[in-house]
Design a protein around this ligand. Structure first.
Ligand code: DC
Length: 211
């Protein structure tokens, strides 16, 4: 049996950085499940289609190929918003479930898997040995996202980033299928006042206590 570490939480809470570092430290494979939803959303958005169109989004999810995950525009905010829209469609989530579960059960390196997303501990891998719910205040998350955008040389305004973050939180938390909630057995890690190194140390401690 391989070991599964499930990391869930809202946008820009530091999940991705943490998940990548944990996977590297433990020699596990890492899957960024948000990227899958972004790839589906952008298939529609790029073609000028509405990511909220149920039939089109479901077809895009069924036709998704690993090569789609390498598209350079998936990190853009447009991709995040499109992802959040396709992610609220039950047929899209169902189509993507198998891919994620297979990765968790049979990670390429054979040792273990770290998956990050919104519903890994609750829906995708409820059997995961370690579940972390990584969160931070919406203001702190908007500040971090603003800094990231500025470092990429992209102009952004704090108020707009904060409003976008709130809109995405609202959609991710209140959707009918697989909403963003901590699994009952998840350890909650609030990174509002932690830097990346402190969050990593805290996560390692939690993992050590569970294994
Ligand atoms: O983690 P991210 O910002 O790349 O995620 C983009 C969107 O995809 C997010 O707003 C909600 C959705 N998502 C999801 O519903 N379930 C997941 N496991 C991962 C992402």
């Amino acid at each position: 049996m391989t070991i599964i570490i499930a990391i869930d939480g809202p946008a820009a809470a530091g999940k991705g950085t943490l998940a990548r570092r944990l996977a590297a430290r433990l020699g596990f494979d890492y899957l960024d499940t948000g990227l899958i939803y972004r790839a589906v959303g952008m298939k529609l958005a790029r073609a000028g289609l509405d990511p909220a169109d149920v039939a089109l989004a479901e077809r895009a999810a069924r036709d998704l190929s690993p090569a789609d995950l390498a598209a350079p525009d998936l990190r853009m905010d447009e991709a995040a918003q499109a992802a959040s829209k396709v992610a609220s469609i039950p047929g899209v989530r169902a189509a993507l479930l198998e891919f994620q579960r297979k990765f968790a059960a049979q990670p390429p390196g054979g040792k273990g898997a770290v998956l990050d997303g919104r519903d890994i501990g609750t829906v995708v891998c409820p059997e995961a040995g370690v579940k972390l719910f990584v969160t931070a205040s919406v203001e702190k998350r908007a500040e971090r996202r603003l800094k990231e955008l500025q470092e990429k040389g992209l102009g952004a305004i704090y108020g707009t980033v904060l409003a976008d973050m709130r809109e995405r939180d609202e959609r991710d938390t209140n959707r009918a299928v697989a909403p963003l909630v901590p699994a009952q057995d998840a350890a909650v890690l609030d990174t509002s006042d932690l830097d990346a190194d402190q969050a990593f140390a805290a996560a390692l401690e939690i993992i050590g206590s569970k294994r």
